[in-house]
Design a protein around this ligand. Structure first.
Ligand code: MG
Length: 379
């Protein structure tokens, strides 16, 4: 019964290939078929290539800094709401649930999910917009593109090569996020799962955080059809709930409804192909009615939460600070860490300053601003 000869050093361990052969569907991305890494490396005795990618991402300094980067709400607003790091973990968890049900490669999904927002600058989308404007003449700034810069140039590991030397599947998957409209070939199904999970996650947790922070009320939210649907389901299970329990129940329902819908839609497609390779029209994500309902919820969040006066004020301050620092560091190159000074010689000073600013946490950015540049925009 033992597939390995006793002389094999790993005869008592299941290999990645054996495990994937048993668990994955034919349409999944198998580790044995990986396109490899830029700098070739020998196989690891007990971790597959995508597990190694996940580990490199988790152990990177850029990943740890996600803890100090805002998702939508800043640290001063409290400690209940999501940070960029907890958002990332929620995406990974939901993506793995979908991926496991569809028998896709969970290791690849986990690596992609943990990586997907690693390039976010301080102050969320406000920070990204500010950097994009600062770097307009240099081709702009995109957090999705910057994730690739982190992975290929900025992170320091052991060994002679720069960056994390991730598998091509992870880098190419991230690259599809940079120019979403320009895709000619559909991304790997594992990439599509992470994309769907990201959207499911932020729709649910931004709703939760916005109510908790009292930017909107449960009554106002109930205007949205997807929330009404959640409330109907909650009503069929419980008679009456305290508002703070109801808020949590809505999050639960929002995730469950969306994940179930995505899985049902996928199942319908996959059944047609008898769970073999589906035809090329197959896409993972919400279809028709749910897509419409999500759009309505996202529109509500945009107008009532993301554009809330309280957030617009934060946005304004963050942008002024980043702009002042972008100019300030170019005038005081000596304030840049040595490696960013050296990097400026290769990629130009503005881009190197942008890369440095993008690497900062919200707190560090504020601290550097106060220490060196506060007189510039607020003095
Ligand atoms: Mg995200």
């Amino acid at each position: 019964m033992n597939a390995h000869p006793p002389s094999s050093p790993n005869h008592h361990l299941q290999t990645i290939a054996e495990r994937e052969q048993k668990l994955l569907a034919s349409y999944a991305t198998f580790s044995s078929q990986t396109k490899g890494r830029k700098y070739a490396e020998p196989d690891h005795p007990y971790r597959g290539p995508f597990q190694r990618d996940r580990d490199r991402i988790i152990h990177s300094s850029a990943f740890r800094r996600l803890n100090g980067k805002m998702q939508v709400f800043t640290g001063e607003m409290g400690d209940y709401h999501r940070t960029r790091l907890t958002h990332t973990h929620e995406v990974a968890s939901i993506a793995r649930t979908i991926g496991r049900a569809l028998r896709l490669n969970e290791d690849l999904i986990e690596a992609l999910a943990l990586f997907h927002d690693i390039g976010h600058p301080p102050f969320g989308h406000a920070g990204e917009d500010a950097l994009n404007l600062c770097l307009e003449a240099e081709g702009g700034f995109s957090h999705n593109q910057y994730a690739l810069t982190i992975a290929e140039e900025l992170e320091i590991r052991d060994g002679p090569h720069p960056g994390l030397n991730l598998s091509r599947e992870v880098l190419e998957g991230q690259a599809t996020r940079v120019e979403k409209d320009k895709q000619t070939v559909p991304p790997l199904l594992e990439v599509q799962v992470v994309e769907a999970a990201d959207s499911i996650t932020y729709d649910a947790h931004d709703t939760d955080d916005a109510v908790k922070l009292e930017l909107v009320t449960l009554e106002e939210l109930a205007e949205v059809s997807l929330i009404q649907h959640c409330l109907e389901r909650i009503g069929s299970r419980f008679h009456e709930l305290a508002p703070n329990i109801q808020r949590r129940a809505i999050v639960h329902e929002l995730i469950d409804i969306q994940v179930s819908h995505v899985l049902q839609a996928a199942e319908t497609f996959l059944q047609k192909s008898n769970w073999q390779d589906p035809d090329e029209t197959f896409r993972i994500g919400p279809v028709e009615q749910l897509a419409q309902q999500k759009k309505e919820l996202e529109q509500f969040l945009k107008s009532r939460v993301y554009h809330h006066p309280h957030l617009l004020e934060t946005r304004e301050i963050a942008q002024q600070r980043l702009q002042a620092m972008f100019q300030g560091y170019q005038e005081r190159v000596d304030l840049l860490p040595t490696r960013f000074q050296e990097r400026a010689e290769n990629i130009g000073l503005p881009r190197s300053v942008g890369d440095y600013l993008a690497s900062m946490t919200d707190r560090y950015c504020n601290q550097q601003f106060s220490q060196f540049f506060a007189n510039r925009s607020e003095g």
